[in-house]
Design a protein around this ligand. Structure first.
Ligand code: ATP
Ligand code: MG
Length: 391
């Protein structure tokens, strides 16, 4: 069996809650690897080890580096408990690294839990460090404060050595920070907003608004594809699809056309909140971003916000678009987001938009509508699907 060691920085620092987070991460890793054969997991001195068949290496690595809460992982090379074996194993691994990096600094870190071995941890570090330094005089130098690489040595029933480190996503284990209802459009921003909150441990469910048949099936499918992409990180997601067309028609008929966007936005928030409360979700999440478009001015956001009581989290509020796009590319939603299918907001798009809406005026317009009835029907007729990563 091969072994991979998992580092989970931040969750190790949580004092009394530490066990809660560690257990959540273990549960998550187990669940995500459950379909593979012969996987075992154990915890040892604040690190986690996954034992797997050699042929599953690629898949295990892919899954672990996409699991929230994991800072980095390293494949472990095991050898006999002797200094010669440690020298040789460390040497081979350094040679491997030198193929892609001609010069670097290093240090050795040793932990000895096998007290039967005659040398202490500092002594082992010193010997291995000395040997490596001597062997790779021209390529390597020691730097104990900011080394490029760390040669980790754990003396257990065998010696575990690992030098290569693959970055993980960081963040907190999924489902350890409450539940948030994501307003998921087909755009670039909202999938990124959902990803960032999920990365902090917030469990996601999504609401999507469409204007079928004015918007197409393909536009809806695009949003489902985005949600499906998120399942790579969160396992599964429930998506509520709500038809906003009747509401938009009512606004179009009874209210000033320049208020179309802001009024529909308030309906979206109200409906999302209603669904969230039924599902016991404790906040709303949007991809809103200050000054990005006419409806996302300070005044616009204030009027939208005023429609709901649940807190609204906007993790992208201060991001520049280029930075949102960077994340979207990294998490693989970008290519789908830029597909040119119409969004429901574009259906009744007015020529003029109120840029600085006033709450009293907007509420006055809203009072011309059968708000409760419209919301009730939209929610009643929604479609719900659950998307799973392995489907
Ligand atoms: P995005 O890239 O997320 O679509 P955007 O720049 O297009 O964002 P807006 O259309 O103003 O911005 O939407 C702001 C936020 O409102 C979105 O990030 C999303 O959270 C929510 N939202 C907008 N349209 C929809 C929709 N059709 N369904 C669900 N949520 C929506
Ligand atoms: Mg949008």
């Amino acid at each position: 069996m091969e072994t991979i060691v998992i580092r989970y920085g931040e969750i190790g620092l949580k004092g009394k809650n530490r066990m809660v987070f560690e257990n959540a991460l273990i549960r998550d890793v187990k669940e995500r690897l459950a379909h593979l054969e012969d996987i075992t997991l154990n915890r040892f001195h604040g690190r986690m080890y996954v034992n797997h068949n050699e042929y599953d290496y690629e898949e295990v690595t892919e899954i672990l580096t996409n699991t929230f809460g994991i800072v980095s992982i390293s494949p472990v090379v095991k050898c006999e408990v002797s200094m010669d074996a440690m020298f040789e194993t460390a040497k081979v691994q350094i040679e491997e690294l030198l193929k892609s990096n001609p010069k670097f600094t290093f240090k050795v870190e040793c932990r000895r839990s096998n007290k039967g071995f005659h040398l202490t941890s500092p002594e082992i570090s010193k010997h291995v460090g000395g040997y490596i330094n001597q062997t790779f005089k021209d390529e390597l130098s020691v730097d104990v404060h900011h080394p490029d690489i760390v040669i980790n040595i754990e003396v257990r029933e065998k010696v575990y050595i690992y030098v290569k480190s693959l970055p993980g996503l960081g963040g907190m284990p999924y489902k350890t920070s409450g539940k948030g209802m994501l307003l998921l459009s087909g755009g670039i921003d909202s999938p990124v907003a959902g990803f960032l909150m999920a990365k902090r441990g917030v469990q996601l469910e999504a609401v999507h608004f469409h204007s079928y048949p004015f918007t197409s099936d393909r536009a809806k499918e695009k949003v489902m594809d985005l949600a499906r992409t998120l399942t790579k990180y969160i396992g599964e997601i429930r998506v509520h699809s709500v038809n906003l067309l009747e509401i938009q028609k009512a606004i179009n008929e009874h209210c000033p056309s320049a208020e179309m966007t802001i009024l529909s936005r308030r309906f979206m928030m109200a409906i999302a909140e209603r669904i969230a409360k039924r599902r016991k979700y404790k906040c709303l999440i949007t991809g809103e971003n200050i000054a990005q478009v006419a409806s996302q001015t300070m005044e616009g956001l204030t009027v939208t916000n005023a429609r709901v009581k649940l807190p609204v989290f906007r993790p992208l509020i201060a991001y520049d678009k280029v930075d949102i796009i960077k994340v979207a590319k990294k998490i693989n939603t970008y290519e789908t987001s830029i597909l040119p299918f119409e969004d429901c907001c574009t259906v009744f798009l007015p020529d003029k938009v109120v840029i600085k809406p006033e709450l009293e005026k907007i509420e006055a317009s809203e009072s011309l509508l059968e708000v409760e009835d419209l919301i009730y029907r939209a929610i009643k007729e929604r479609e719900v699907v659950i998307l799973r990563h392995d489907d």
